[in-house]
Ligand binder design. Structure first.
Ligand SMILES: N[C@@H](CCC(=O)N[C@@H](CS)C(=O)NCC(=O)O)C(=O)O
Length: 240
């Protein structure tokens, strides 16, 4: 049965963490809202789920995943589910819990990055909170970026350098790939400096990028470009 992903059709956002796992797994899936409206797609599909107009009360906010009878929301929960389903999760109980811990840490980074351009509220545009964003982005660059990348670098070192947990690539490895890709887009100057102190993270990103299905996906039209609607936005003034 085809898995359905319901997510905003014009941005990577939190949906991209799900897309990367589906792609690496070679899963049969439909990115429903990206289909033309005439074929049942469009942003309206997401809105229907978001505002409860759909039959299924899936979860509070997108991404949503539908796999037969199973409906799920919350990006880390979806990634954990797909990791288990497609053999991209550790097998021992301890490592499985740790994989979830790491995916939740990825989600923490996502939230912090979001708050660099929306520090006041999501319901106002960036342009309406630009002054506050300057301070929030500066604090992120100066106090958090090295800390986040250093943390993941140490986790990779502990795991032998090839994977975050369990000795083989699993779903949080794709999460780390995506946050570093996003950070490089949003804060190219600051991240280039920080990655110099996180060499394992840098290598890791290339390792994930060169996986055949990931590489094919990144080169395809299915991979949306980063843009200023998503989580990782390039506003040069926020890069210091
Ligand atoms: N914690 C949730 C956050 C979900 C979320 O904020 N979704 C965004 C798109 S990335 C959205 O459209 N939110 C609409 C809303 O909160 O009303 C997750 O990780 O999935």
């Amino acid at each position: 049965m085809t898995i359905k992903l319901i997510y905003w059709p014009f941005l990577q956002g939190r949906g991209e963490f799900v897309r990367l796992i589906l792609e690496d797994a070679g899963a049969e899936y439909e990115d429903v809202a990206r289909k033309p409206e005439s074929e049942g797609g469009g942003a309206n599909v997401v809105t229907q789920y978001l505002y409860g107009a759909s039959d299924a009360c899936v979860g509070f906010a997108p991404p949503y995943l539908i796999d037969g009878e199973i409906t799920l929301a919350q990006m880390p929960a979806i990634c954990a589910y797909l990791g288990e389903r497609f053999g991209l999760a550790p097998t021992s109980d301890g490592d499985r819990s740790r994989a979830l811990q790491l995916q939740l840490t990825v989600a923490d980074v996502v939230n912090e990055v979001h708050d660099t351009h929306h520090p006041v509220t999501s319901s106002l545009a960036y342009e309406e909170q630009k002054d506050e964003s300057l301070g929030a982005a500066r604090a992120f660059r100066e106090q958090r970026l090295d800390k986040w990348l250093g943390f993941f670098d140490r986790v990779l070192a502990d795991g032998g350098g090839e994977a975050l947990v369990g000795g083989a690539l699993s779903y949080p490895d794709f999460g780390l790939f995506q946050i570093v890709e996003g950070l490089c887009y949003a804060f190219p100057i600051a991240v280039e400096r920080s990655l110099g102190d996180a060499p394992r993270v840098r290598d890791h990103v290339e390792r994930v990028r060169s996986r055949p299905r990931v590489a094919a996906y990144l080169a395809s039209e299915r991979r949306l470009a980063f843009n200023e609607h998503g989580i990782f936005r390039r506003y040069p003034e926020l890069d210091g």
